[in-house]
Structures are given as structure tokens and as C-alpha cells.
Write a protein that binds this ligand. Structure first.
Ligand SMILES: Cc1cc2nc3c(=O)[nH]c(=O)nc-3n(C[C@H](O)[C@H](O)[C@H](O)COP(=O)(O)O)c2cc1C
Length: 362
């Protein structure tokens, strides 16, 4: 079924304008009579943030911004899905075109600008879910809000009862000023307020894990601050990371000049380096999710060895299709067998120190 979907849909989707292709893929997923994915091999299971993930392969934020197809996406075999980014109030995002596919680079540039149906719509969809499976939500601030931290608090209040975890996204490059929340004083204030909101909403003992998602463009000095502040506030985990505003060497030089965040294969080296740098600074205080340029089992395993307990992908799906999910899981089992490891946890961070000793990726 999944192979069929890829064979029929992929060429059609690639021929379309990227944003229309995305809407079509999401619509098709919602309607497709997808059977439940086969149960995962228990060696793929991961315990993190107090949650039990059946496998470590997650869908990154931005694909299902309004939580329209989360259960269908879980049926494709993902171990978890991150919906969003959502903002408190609905907002249209930036003018089109705002999504660019760089086929020769297997990369994407987007400047969507957190287009969102608003947190109430997303909360209502999640509240109506009947399926099991871990669905987190990525939260952000409205473009023209006066108090950005208050927007995150609003989202936590609306979503705490319905989301498996919440990701504080301070790293989208397309909302002016949002990434400034990664600066020490602003982050300290933001994390105090979001943790407080989470504690207030911890009804019946359900304290939702709060994750912090950072940009791969932070300097190491800034990363020192960010990890230190995250540890001090008892954040449950970090996602490393979002798209980059940098431009590693690209083949598609014309499209490469489009403004926005770059994702996909050219992001892999930078995001893996920053992941390893985060891992050595976190010193096991919390688990990490590795995101950026994963398009194979080998890339997924490299993220795990650089420090990721879980991984997420988005752009790889566009170029490899949904068969990528099962291929990664199969490859991870092979890597465990070859390395004589009992569980993925035994590989987490094994190469982190070595990765941080390499020259900085070009
Ligand atoms: C079209 C698009 C929209 C995205 N929207 C969001 C978002 O709303 N919030 C967020 O934190 N990350 C967002 N991302 C970033 C992804 O979640 C992910 O961190 C990034 O694309 C790197 O992973 P990849 O190389 O596998 O795509 C978006 C990415 C793309 C391509």
C-alpha cells in the first residue's frame, strides 16, 4: 500500500507547485484507507520524556500544521508525529510563493511564516482523536503579538490536555524576532513562564513534556547559554534543530538565494554537528531529538550516535516518499545486529565527542 502510494503519488506531486503538492498529499493521506502499521520490533522502542515511543522515527513539525491527518500519519509507521507550528490566533503566513523545492540538492527552502488555523482549531481536532499514538504539538507566537512569551503560554493552556508533548519553537526563521527568544535573558523569562503554565495545567498528574527547539545557526557561545538555561529550568528535552538561514554549497544556485529556512540533505552536516555539541553540553540532563537532513537509515543512525534518542524528518519524505519510514526502521535494526547492541539507547551519543572534534561543516 505504501509502495503503491509512493509510486503513484510521488511523480505527480513533484510535477506540481510545492505548496499545492503538499496540500494534495495531506488531503490524500486523510482519505486513504491506510491499514494500521505493523507493530514495531521492541528493540526499536525508546523511553524518553516519560513517554514510551514504539520506534524513534518521528514526523517533524510543519508537515501537518493544523493536525488534520495525525492518525493517518501514525499509520504510515511513524513512532510519533509533531503537529504545528500553531499560533494562538489564526494567521495567513507570508505571501506566496513561499515554498521552494531544490530537486538537485534534495533540499527545501520555506518562508511560510507560521501559517496557522490557530490553537483552538488544533486543540479541537486533537480532542476529537480516537486513535492511540504520540502526537506532540509545536507552538509559536503570532507575527504581530506584543508579548511573545504570552503567546506560548496561551498555546500551552489550550493544548496541555490534548498533546503528548509540547515543543517551544524559538527557531522558525520566518517570523521576525522569534529567534531572538534564544538570547539568554529572553529565553530565561520565556522558559520560566512556559514551565509555570505547564505546571498549572498538570491536572490529574499529567505533566506534559516541554521540549525546546533551537536553530542550527546558534554560535557555540549562544548554545552554552541555551543549554545551561534549559537545564536550569528543567526542560524535558531539546530538538536540534530547525531549518537554517545559512546556505551550505548548493547546486540550485538561483533558488538557493530565496529567503527562508533551508532543510533537507544540505542541512545534515550542520544540524548533526550542533546536535553533538548540544549532547556534550546537556551531559545527560535530558534526551534530544535529532532533526535535519535525514534521508536514509545511515543518516538516522548517525544522528543517534551524535546524541539523538529520537529523530524526526520532513524534507526526506518529499524526495524519498513514505517508504523511507519503514526503510529507516529496518536499517536501524540491521545496525543494532551488526553492532551487537540490544537497544538503540546503547548507541546514543557514542560518536558525539568525535563529531565535535571534526572541522566545522562547510
Ligand atoms: C515547509 C516546512 C515547514 C516547517 N514548519 C515548521 C514549523 O511550523 N515549526 C517548526 O518548528 N519547524 C518547522 N519546519 C522545520 C522542520 O520541522 C525541521 O526541523 C526541518 O525541516 C529539518 O528537517 P528536514 O531536513 O528533515 O526537513 C518546517 C520545515 C518545512 C520544510
Amino acid at each position: 500500500m505504501i509502495a503503491l502510494f509512493d509510486r503513484l503519488a510521488a511523480p505527480l506531486l513533484r510535477a506540481l507547485d510545492p505548496e499545492r503538492a503538499h496540500a494534495l498529499a495531506l488531503g490524500a493521506l486523510r482519505l486513504a484507507p491506510l491499514p494500521r502499521a505493523a507493530p514495531d520490533d521492541e528493540r526499536l522502542g525508546v523511553a524518553a520524556f516519560g513517554l514510551a515511543f514504539p520506534n524513534p522515527v518521528g514526523l517533524a513539525a510543519g508537515f501537518d500544521k493544523n493536525a488534520q491527518a495525525v492518525d493517518a500519519l501514525l499509520r504510515l509507521g511513524f513512532g510519533f508525529v509533531e503537529a504545528g507550528g500553531v499560533t494562538p490566533e489564526p494567521q495567513p503566513g507570508n505571501p506566496r510563493p513561499r515554498l521552494f523545492r531544490l530537486d538537485a540538492d534534495q533540499a527545501v527552502i520555506n518562508r511560510l511564516g507560521l501559517n496557522s488555523a490557530g490553537v483552538e482549531a488544533v486543540a479541537a481536532r486533537l480532542a476529537a482523536r480516537t486513535g492511540a499514538g504520540i502526537v506532540g504539538v509545536n507552538i509559536g507566537a503570532n507575527k504581530d503579538t506584543a508579548d511573545r512569551a504570552a503567546d506560548y503560554v496561551t498555546c500551552i493552556e489550550a493544548l496541555a490536555a490534548h498533546a503528548g508533548f509540547l515543543t517551544v519553537n524559538v527557531s522558525s526563521p520566518n517570523t521576525p524576532g522569534l529567534r531572538d527568544l534564544q538570547q539568554a535573558a529572553a529565553l530565561d523569562d520565556l522558559l520560566a513562564r512556559v514551565i509555570d503554565a505547564r505546571e498549572r495545567k498538570a491536572e490529574g498528574g499529567v505533566r506534559r513534556p516541554l521540549l525546546l527547539k533551537i536553530a542550527p545557526d546558534l554560535t557555540l557561545a549562544a548554545l552554552d547559554d541555551v543549554v545551561g538555561i534549559a537545564r536550569r529550568h528543567g526542560i524535558d528535552g531539546m530538538i536540534v534543530g530547525n531549518t537554517t538561514v545559512s546556505r551550505p554549497k548548493l547546486r540550485e544556485t538561483a533558488k538557493g538565494t530565496e529567503q527562508g529556512g533551508l532543510s533537507g540533505r544540505p542541512l545534515f552536516a550542520l544540524s548533526t554537528r550542533v546536535l553533538a555539541e548540544t549532547y556534550v553540553r546537556a551531559e545527560g540532563a535530558f534526551p534530544l531529538i535529532g532533526t535535519g537532513g535525514i534521508d536514509s537509515g545511515a543518516a538516522a543512525f548517525a544522528k543517534i550516535k551524535a546524541g539523538a534518542s529520537l529523530i524526526q524528518l520532513y524534507s526526506g519524505l518529499i524526495f524519498r516518499g513514505v517508504g523511507l519510514i519503514g526503510a529507516i526502521k529496518q536499517d536501524l535494526l540491521d545496525f543494532l545486529r551488526i553492532g551487537r547492541l540490544n537497544a538503540l539507547a546503547d548507541a546514543v551519543g557514542r560518536d558525539a565527542a568525535a563529531v565535535t572534534a571534526e572541522p566545522w561543516p562547510a
